[in-house]
Design a protein around this ligand. Structure first.
Ligand SMILES: Cc1cc2nc3c(=O)[nH]c(=O)nc-3n(C[C@H](O)[C@H](O)[C@H](O)COP(=O)(O)O)c2cc1C
Length: 200
């Protein structure tokens, strides 16, 4: 599928075939494509909690206003961010880079984030947003549909997945085979509203 077609046809789907299974190989391909996303200093804050346990899925659905797609889709992913990833062995983010690149970039990470809690969290959420969209487009390209979700009690879901204190939940994403098309599109703002030339 061409990237333009994937972008235009990706929709937030709510109805999925509960019998469809996504193989381990396809899951690995999906996560491998998603992780090609950009992140500041290549920190890769994203962590995907792949909820495979039926009772855990049900508990998350209960914390998500009973949304059907939480249990009906083939995959339920809790997209989390490690807010403190910048401080955890940052040399691993350039493990494959040429030595001069590693030597230049790794020492820049700590001074940029240390003591700047808002920046640390903003950065983590930027990374989750980028990986989420890459994951959804990759799924579309693989013949699957998705739904991103923030309609849930983040505190409760955090407890269910035992979210570490220095992590945050960005959103849920489900992936699977649609059984019904998404609702008609809500419509888009005019480009003249969203594109600002030079300054506001
Ligand atoms: C961060 C985020 C949270 C969302 N939360 C929900 C949700 O909880 N439940 C739901 O059915 N759709 C949810 N949506 C889907 C949006 O309603 C949908 O993306 C939007 O209406 C545009 O439609 P489209 O994605 O089909 O183009 C969410 C989307 C995003 C990006």
């Amino acid at each position: 599928m061409h990237i333009k077609e994937a972008i235009r046809s990706r929709r937030a789907v709510k109805n999925f075939d509960p019998a469809h299974k996504i193989s381990a190989a396809e899951q690995a391909e999906l996560f491998g494509l998603a992780q090609q996303s950009p992140s500041s200093f290549n920190i890769q804050h994203w962590r995907f909690v792949n909820v495979t346990d039926t009772a855990t899925r049900q508990a998350i659905q209960d914390a998500a206003w009973g949304q059907a797609q939480v249990t009906e889709a083939s995959l339920l992913l809790v997209l989390c961010a490690d807010i403190a990833a910048w401080s955890k062995q940052p040399e691993r983010y350039f493990a494959s880079a040429p030595q001069p690149v590693r030597d230049a970039l790794v020492p820049m990470i700590k001074p940029f984030y240390e003591g700047r809690e808002q920046v640390q969290r903003d950065e983590a959420m930027r990374s989750v947003g980028l990986v989420a969209q890459t994951l959804m487009l990759a799924a579309k390209g693989m013949g699957y549909d998705t739904c991103p979700m923030i309609g849930f009690d983040a505190g409760k879901v955090g407890e269910i997945i035992k979210l570490p204190a220095d992590h945050a939940i960005g959103m849920l994403i489900v992936v699977g085979k649609a059984t019904k098309p998404a609702h008609p599109k809500g419509g888009y703002l005019p480009l003249s509203t969203i594109v600002v030339e030079n300054h506001f």
